[in-house]
Ligand binder design. Sequence first.
Ligand code: C2E
Ligand code: CA
Ligand code: CA
Length: 735
Amino acid sequence: MVTNKIIETIKSLFKKHLEEISLPDDKKDKIYQKFLELLENLVGNFKDVLDSIKEAVVVIDEEGNIQEANKTFFEWLSLSKNDVIGRNIKDFVFEDIENKIVYLKNHELIPVELHIKEFEINNKKYKRLIASNIKNRVEFELKLKNLLRLYKVLSKINELIIRAVNKEEVFSLSCEILVKEGHFDFAWIGELRGENIVPVAWFGENETFAKTLKNRVFKQKNIKELITHSYLKESNLQKEEKAFFNKITIPIFKEENAISAVVSHKEITAVLVVYYKGKEFDEDEITLLKQIAHDIGFGIVTLSRKEDVDYLAYYDVLTSLPNRRYFFEELESLLSILKEKDQQGMLAIVDINNFKTINSAVGFWAGDIVLSQISSELKKILKNKDILARVGGDEFALFLYNVKSKEEAIYRITSVLKDFEFIFEIENKKFLVTLSIGAAFFPYDGTTKEVLFASAEAALKEAKKRGKGIEFFSKSLQQSTLESLNLESELVEAIKKDEFCVFYQPIVDIKEKRVFGAEALIRWIKNGEIVPPFKFIPILEERGLIKEVGAMVMDKVFSFIKEEKLNIPISINVSAKQVHLNFYKEVLDLIEKYSISPSNVILEVTESVLMENLEILLKNIKELNAVGIRFEIDDFGTGYSSLAYLKKLPICALKIDRAFIKDLPDDEEDVSISKAIISMGHSLGKKIIAEGVETKEQLKFLEENNCDYIQGYYFGKPMPKDEFLTFLKEFRWQE
Ligand code: C2E
Ligand code: CA
Ligand code: CA
């Protein structure tokens, strides 16, 4: 034993020196006894300490034979001292060379970090090994690596869906990506044709059952059995397939794609099967595969529907309902007919409460299911001339022809919606989804589509306060409408007197660690006080004054760029109501007026602007892109842009809405949403901006997740132009 040898050496050294001192022998004996006592104490303490530490300590000789070890080492190996001492250390160490991890092994593998020190006693060489357990760290790193791999697969498949020209390509390349990038062993897609599931694509050859599967047509007894997987249960399979099918099967959902009012319901078109040799799927992988299956399903619906602009301009791909634009055009002509015939009607806006929560708790695909099922329910309310449209991310508008009283409206609506709630069962979890409805009558609550819609919106606000159910427009609500009318006349004055100014909020490039640009944000200086935009922009929009004010903002920004010779882009907000067919000409005229570079200008549009004005916006974007003016999507994530829209739009960046940033990095849902937006955005070649970043933790999370630009109080609030110029001069990156 090494320690014993050391002790013996110390003892004999001490004795030798003691001998040389001239003292009576009995004194020497006493000293020696005292010395032995102290030494014993010391060694005892030392052994106790060694045995109680978290690290394993081992001493080996030159051949690697174990001389000594502490209690932790024996415990880790679940062996007794006698089983270990004298054996070679090689029996207990395993090196994973590929991943550069060293393990101590006996029954289980314990990843360790080793510190080795050499020493000599009596001319013999020894090594002392201290091993710390790094199980947590290794597990975390492996999980992270796995997650990154999965996100890569997702973004590749999204990219594929966007570029692919036909269904076959989507199917076969998806399988290839799953195997090559996802490192799954085998991927297979079978399409449902009549009674059969026919193999259409597969990748990965090395498995024996792959051969069987390739040419095998499965009988599809019925769709329900397939969803519940019962058809694919072991008892229904032949021997060699058993190992295979208990892995994972995911139905791909395809939505009813008719434009007509046929009730749409989930329909499976294909089954994606992925095999992982000798490994269970973890939760992250299953979530991801479901997302992939959903995206593939979505991709083929969009592909199968000819992508003519007309369709996208008037209809919502997901629900097959008319969109906001269609609704307003229809409503206009419907109202004029009603007026002519002296008839009535009711407009209702239906809003899904807590849609964001549902969407993020499970994934976007789950949100899609909720939206399309609710839209099918709402369709049941319709009679002949009534209209139903999807007017926002989670908002529907319903116009009921000839409905005159609240009682009648409540009867019509509750005979379908009953308690204004639905229970969705997704992923074996139950979600309660409630609806709020705001309603207004024509002509009493408004004679034009704008006023009628505003009245219904005011009623909706009230309904939302109460949680769920329907609320009708009333006189007291009219009061607040009146107040806004007051504000309106003040605003008209403000425009005349030019009481507006523009603040600038920096946008920082976290990869280059410098200021990327800024967002221009309007302020109204009313009697020396700053009025924030949320108080007056909606009124400007409602009263059609936003065009004028929008142009003023652009004029101010361009002149600022010119005067200060700015060489960074300034993002300017463009409201839905501002964009018309020749909007681009106004912008170009102003660019010319100040002779600034178009690369200094980025225009920000929200997702709702897209939904409302797709065709017109497309034309404007194309014209302005041609000269080098870029566009980005604002408040991304709130308005539910579909891939189909994003794909069609030549925009350069997505700005993640503050709602998703606020609770980072603690809120798991927001974590997965923001990660998904970043990965999806990048796969489409878009830059990602995070808005409303206030803390270091948020910044760190976004940095780690590859976000490109940051805007928020962390770097700077919106500030007057002089302050912004100082900011630019003095900016230094600091962690
Ligand atoms: P937005 O386009 O989403 O602008 C970002 C808003 O988030 C700004 O509010 C900004 O001050 C705020 N913000 C930025 N970073 C942080 C942060 O770290 N924490 C918090 N709590 N807030 C942050 P603001 O300036 O009040 O503007 C509100 C909205 O008004 C804008 O939202 C935009 O939709 C609209 N708006 C502003 N200026 C214009 C304009 O010139 N034209 C149009 N059409 N709309 C404008
Ligand atoms: Ca904005
Ligand atoms: Ca925004």
